[in-house]
Design a protein. Structure first.
Ligand code: ADP
Ligand code: MG
Length: 205
């Protein structure tokens, strides 16, 4: 079983949205996927409650039980565990990073967000796990994209070459317990996310 942690000490950057979309993409490609919701706010768990489909398997977990939960999931045949984390808990973020084969750090292309990633980068470094920044809510064009990549490089962090745009299909689909791939399979969000998913799958293999 591979483990992927979605990490950021900043709230509202897209951790949950990306975790959910990755979980659905992975399950749809035939990989038994479990989404571990480490955030006490339980947004991912709430999404699963609104969902008609039982897959992917979403379970709320307390940080202290993470390691045991991962062992159990592995024994039950899960092939990928995706951990959605809370912004305000350094302890559980570090546990998630230590358990992970790969860490993704969602980041909005805005100066305050970019400054806030240092904390998260430090956690990934402490855990000695490969991490990439993922630019999320990217506008259709503008110099902010190149500026953001340069700013991220200063943290000695690589940037995922596939970016996620600011699109209503992402947020709207979640309201009804779906994701953009399901809500609008031929839309731009679904297309771009599938490129991003392929990149993640490749990094995990
Ligand atoms: N790429 C995107 N396009 C449109 N809305 C987005 C995008 N990414 C995140 N959002 C919205 O931004 C808000 C915060 O995202 P969320 O995943 O809950 O962040 P976090 O889990 O990091 O706190 C949510 O309302 C979500 O639907
Ligand atoms: Mg969240």
């Amino acid at each position: 079983m591979k483990t992927l942690a979605i990490l950021s000490r900043k709230g509202g950057v897209g951790k949950t949205l990306i975790s959910l979309h990755l979980s659905v993409a992975s399950q749809a490609s035939g990989i038994e996927t479990a989404l571990i919701d480490l955030d006490p706010q339980a947004s991912a768990t709430g999404w699963a409650e609104d969902r008609e489909n039982d897959e992917p398997f979403v379970l709320p977990v307390h940080g202290a039980r993470l390691s045991k939960t991962l062992t159990q999931l592995r024994e039950q045949g899960a092939q990928l565990a995706i951990i959605d984390t809370a912004p305000n808990s350094e302890g559980s973020s570090l546990m998630a990073a230590r358990a992970a084969d790969l860490v993704l750090i969602p980041c909005q292309p805005a100066i305050l967000d970019l400054k806030a990633i240092r904390n998260t980068v430090d956690i990934a470094k402490l855990a000695k796990v490969k991490a990439y920044a993922v630019l999320n809510r990217v506008p259709p064009k503008g110099s902010i994209i190149e500026d953001s990549k340069e700013a991220i490089a200063q943290y000695d962090l690589e940037v995922c070459p596939k970016m996620i745009g600011q699109r209503v299909a992402y947020s709207y689909s979640l309201i009804s317990g779906m994701t953009a791939q399901e809500y609008e399979p031929n839309g731009q969000a679904a297309k771009e996310f599938s490129q991003f998913y392929k990149w993640v799958e490749n990094k995990l293999s």
